[in-house]
Design a protein around this ligand. Structure first.
Ligand SMILES: NC(=O)c1ccc[n+]([C@@H]2O[C@H](COP(=O)([O-])OP(=O)(O)OC[C@H]3O[C@@H](n4cnc5c(N)ncnc54)[C@H](O)[C@@H]3O)[C@@H](O)[C@H]2O)c1
Length: 313
C-alpha cells in the first residue's frame, strides 16, 4: 500500500483569492480534495457562495468572504474573518487577477493602473496580511502560493499584464528569502492559456493553434493545476521556496516555427478541455455555444485573438 501522507492536507486551513471560478476554483477544489478546509475569497458574492457550497458538498468546511484584494483594509478584514472561522491560516493561494488587453502604444493609464493594482499590489497586500497571521500563530509556519503566469517569462499578453506577472514572480523570490526564517514557503505557480471564464471569448482558431504549439497537445484546463497546487501547499514542498512552477504542457519550451506533430492523441480531448469552463459559466449565468464560447464576455480578448489570426466577424 502506498503512503501519500506527504501530500495530505487533512485539517489544514486555507484561503483562495479569486476563488469563485476558473483557476481559483480549481485551486480550492484541489486543496479540498487533499483534505483542507477552504475559504473562498472573491469580489463576486453570488458565484463565491456557490463555490463555497460546492466545497461543503465535498465534506470540507468552506465559506465565502467578500474582499477586493486591492483594498488593504478589506484584505486584513478578510484574513481576520478566515481566522475567526478556522482558528488559523496554513495555506494561502493569491490568485485574483485580471487582464485588460490593448495596444500598448495607446493604452490609457487607468487601465495600466488597474491591472497593476489587482495583479501585483493585490497579491502583495494579501501575502503581507497572510504572513502576519502565519507569524502570529503557533506553530509559526505557512505556505503562500501566488498565481503568476507564463506571461511573467515570455512576452505574451500586453505590457501591464506581463509586467504585473513578472513582478509577482520576483516579489515571490524576495518574500521567500525574507520569510523563510518563519518557516513560511512562498512560491509561484505559472499556468499557460487556461480555459476559464477569462478565455470564454477566445476564438476556436486560437485554441487549435495552442494545441499545435504545445508538446502535450491540449489546451490547459483548470484541472491540470490540481497536482501542482497540492504539491506547493503540502509538506512535499517543505524545502521548495521562491520557485516559479510552470505548468504549461511544455508550451513555453521553445519558439516553435511549425506546428508540432503527434505520435499519439493527447490525453485530453477538445470536449474534455471545456468541462470546468462550462461549469463556471453556468454558475455565472453566462450563456455559451457548444464549444463554451461567448464572444461578448471579454470582447477585448476576443478582438486581440481575432486580429492575430485574421478572423472576421
Ligand atoms: N486563464 C488563463 O489563461 C491564465 C493563465 C495564466 C495565469 N492566469 C492567472 O490566473 C488567475 C485566475 O485567472 P482566471 O482565468 O481563473 O480568471 P477569471 O477571470 O476566470 O476569474 C477570476 C476571479 O477573480 C475574481 N476577482 C477579480 N478581481 C478581483 C479582486 N480585485 N478581488 C477579488 N477577487 C477578484 C473574479 O470575480 C473571478 O472570480 C489570474 O491571476 C490570472 O492572471 C490565468
Amino acid at each position: 500500500m502506498s503512503d501519500l501522507s506527504l501530500f495530505d492536507l487533512t485539517g489544514r486551513k486555507s484561503l483562495v483569492t479569486g476563488g469563485a471560478v476558473g483557476i481559483g476554483r480549481a485551486c480550492a477544489i484541489a486543496l479540498a480534495k487533499a483534505g483542507a478546509d477552504v475559504a473562498i475569497v472573491d469580489i463576486d458574492r453570488k458565484i463565491g457562495e456557490a463555490t463555497a457550497k460546492e466545497l461543503c458538498g465535498m465534506g470540507r468546511d468552506s465559506f465565502y468572504v467578500k474582499c477586493n484584494v486591492t483594498d488593504r483594509a478589506q484584505v486584513h478584514a478578510m484574513v481576520a474573518a478566515v481566522v475567526a472561522r478556522f482558528g488559523r491560516l496554513d495555506i494561502a493561494v493569491n490568485n485574483a487577477g485580471i487582464a485588460i488587453l490593448g495596444a500598448d502604444e495607446a493604452i490609457p493609464q487607468n487601465e495600466w493602473d488597474k491591472v497593476i493594482a489587482v495583479n501585483l499590489t493585490g497579491t502583495f497586500l494579501c501575502a503581507q496580511a497572510e504572513a502576519q497571521q502565519m507569524i502570529r500563530q503557533q506553530p509559526t509556519e505557512g505556505k503562500i502560493i501566488n498565481i503568476a503566469s507564463m506571461s511573467a517569462t515570455i512576452a505574451n499578453c500586453n505590457a501591464s499584464y506581463d509586467a504585473s506577472k513578472a513582478g509577482v514572480v520576483h516579489m515571490t523570490k524576495t518574500l521567500a528569502a525574507e520569510w523563510g526564517r518563519f518557516n513560511i514557503n512562498v512560491n509561484c505557480l505559472s499556468p499557460s492559456y487556461v480555459l476559464t471564464p477569462m478565455h470564454a471569448s477566445t476564438p476556436l482558431v486560437a485554441r487549435q493553434r495552442i494545441r499545435e504549439l504545445t508538446p502535450l497537445g491540449h489546451v490547459e484546463r483548470p484541472e491540470d493545476l490540481y497536482g501542482a497546487i497540492i504539491f506547493l501547499a503540502s509538506a512535499a514542498s517543505n524545502y521548495v521556496t521562491g520557485h516559479d512552477l510552470m505548468v504549461d504542457g511544455g508550451h513555453t519550451l521553445n519558439a516553435w516555427l511549425a506546428p508540432l506533430g503527434r505520435a499519439v492523441p493527447p490525453r485530453i480531448s477538445p470536449q474534455q478541455e471545456v468541462v470546468q469552463m462550462k461549469h463556471d459559466l453556468d454558475t455565472m449565468g453566462v450563456r455559451y455555444d457548444k464549444d463554451g464560447i461567448n464572444p461578448g464576455l471579454h470582447p477585448e480578448i476576443a478582438n486581440a485573438f481575432k486580429g492575430m489570426f485574421g478572423v472576421k466577424d
